[in-house]
Design a protein around this ligand. Sequence first.
Ligand code: TYD
Length: 361
Amino acid sequence: MNSANPILVTGGAGFIGSNFIHYILALQPEARIVNLDRLSYSGSLENLKDLPDPSRHIFVQGDIGDSTLVEDLLRQHRIETVVHFAAETHVDRSIASPEAFIEVNVVGTFRLLEACRRTWLPLANNRARFHHVSTDEVYGDIGPEEPASTERDTYRPNSPYAASKAGADHLVRAYARTYGLPVTISNCSNNYGPRQFPEKLVPLTILKALEGSPLPIYGDGRQIRDWVFVEDHSSALVRILDRGRPGETYHVGGGNQVSNIELVQLLCALLDGVRPALVNAPHSRLITHVADRPGHDRRYAMDFTKIRSELGWQPAYGLVRGLRETLQWYLDHADWLETIRTRPTYQEWLEQNYAVRQDPR
Ligand code: TYD
């Protein structure tokens, strides 16, 4: 990575993007960031408060699909590294309203690639890098005894979200092969940690447990995910930018495969431990099975041997330590959670997603 020039981060006001910015500014004293984010429902400038050194961060509100804006930013700041996080990410929203996922994840990624191609390729700059942050969901689900997904496995996305990320991955690959754009891709398993929007399982469970509301578990709750603490994801991305080979894909995993019900029970136990006096303790009595997600993938698991052996990366956090830190962050940032919880659009989403699930299984 060429640290003299700023990195363009797309979607840097969202959960993973903002954590990456916090992480890299703290890690690399010369790192500078241009952060392009349109501030949709899940992005917030609140996520960029308390940056290690705010003078090394420039925020630009705008769309990855605005090619003129992106090309201007690439030229004006002499950007040679793009880390592309901006995406619609919530599977349940992709089932309710798929179109935005195609617009942002597929068309938006296409426009961003085009902007990089037009700006970088005529310069024949061999330091340029386009990194696409993607997901394990592109592989679809794998059986309980099947080995974890490797970088050579076939894409079998099952939700509109997963299909849109698979489409974006394919475009990124095609731009490398056809035009020689220097790209890397990472596919990561489920992230959790500070600043995650509370529509996702971990922060939703924390928010609901704190307010004493039912903790919704889709179907039997035995779906398995591999959980990665977001800081580990950031460290993997820095490693790929530093040492990853252009044209390659790297899997990032946490080595923490658990079922949803086990995860929620663990969170409840941790909350009981830090707040035993809360009237709802033990919080596990709030667990409520609700109707399943259509097409719900039973299991994702990532084989991350490649990044471990080639780049020497491995996750630093076990699940209990990561969840404990996450829980503490939400307890310490009750105002952050409250701002989202009281937004009418957030309440509308809860109503829309959970009213239809009253009937278990
Ligand atoms: P989620 O956090 O939405 O991430 P993803 O679908 O990308 O894996 O969901 C994680 C798992 O938790 C997934 O199997 C769906 C399940 N889930 C519930 O059981 N209840 C809920 O209220 C939510 C939001 C998710």
